[in-house]
Design a protein around this ligand. Structure first.
Ligand SMILES: C[S@@+](CC[C@H](N)C(=O)[O-])C[C@H]1O[C@@H](n2cnc3c(N)ncnc32)[C@H](O)[C@@H]1O
Length: 238
């Protein structure tokens, strides 16, 4: 695993204050360290990490957005996804983006500057309450595989608790690849080395992490030989 040590200065104090241990211990190099984040926040990085499936995975989320919706995206994503989501929501809607890490908040604020319908809020998605107005769409784009299982449960329950009767949740994330998928072996190594919380998505459905999955309808489809999943969740018809 890459070395996550960093020298403490007033500047790094700012970037590390309040960041959960799983982020500094496992993902410092990827999301917390401001110098690295500057290099990594590019479309080409997202394309490479997602084995060129970036556009169709993003479309799975963007296609669910209609102009004027109220959307909560639970965490920042590198590249232009948040800008595209906010543009699609448009001035008649609301686009709320939460993230737990200071440098990610900085990047997101730059991307969404000058768009008054967008708010970037530093918050743990697991305890976010919104402003009391319901969201039409709530999206987790590749967050679940990066948080410990307890946090998965808390974030999913929180997303479900903020879902109104007419609303939808969208999860885009990793999944267990089919036995014949050639990159299955590579992903096993990557998970063991860099992504210790991703393995749970190979062994469990996302719905397994919800306290009351029976109250919701979970529609899953997989892509790229099972490497990725898109799960759309709605309240069950009464
Ligand atoms: C969405 S995931 C990864 C997305 C994708 N791999 C990419 O290319 O950006 C990474 C983000 O989740 C954020 N994050 C981690 N735990 C969080 C939490 N509990 N609440 C909100 N954001 C969180 C991190 O700060 C980081 O910005």
């Amino acid at each position: 695993m890459p070395d996550s040590s960093h020298t403490t200065t007033p500047d790094t104090d700012f970037y590390y204050a309040g960041v959960p241990d799983y982020m500094t211990e496992v993902y410092d190099w990827a999301y917390v360290n401001p110098r690295n984040a500057r290099w990594l926040d590019r479309n080409i990085v997202v394309k490479t990490l997602l084995f060129c499936n970036d556009q169709r995975l993003m479309r799975a989320y963007l296609d669910e957005i209609e102009p004027g919706m109220r959307v909560w995206q639970v965490a920042h994503v590198y590249g232009d996804l948040v800008r595209r989501a906010a543009d699609k929501v448009g001035a008649n809607g609301a686009f709320h983006l939460t993230d737990i890490t200071p440098v990610q908040i900085e990047h997101a604020r730059k991307k969404l500057a000058g768009q008054p319908w967008c708010q970037v809020i530093r918050h743990d998605a697991a305890t976010f309450v919104g402003n009391g107005e319901p969201y039409d769409l709530i999206c987790s784009f590749h967050l679940m595989h990066e948080v410990p299982d307890d946090k998965k449960r808390q974030v999913i329950d929180r997303m479900l608790s903020l879902l109104p009767e007419h609303g939808k949740l969208v999860f885009v994330d990793y999944h267990r690849p089919a036995w014949w998928q050639p990159i299955r072996g590579i992903l096993k190594i990557v998970n063991a080395w860099l992504e210790p919380f991703a393995d749970a998505l190979w062994r469990h459905e996302i719905s397994d992490f919800a306290s009351r999955p029976d109250r919701f309808d979970w529609q899953k489809r997989t892509l790229f030989g099972g490497v990725y999943q898109v799960v759309v969740v709605r309240h069950k018809d009464k």
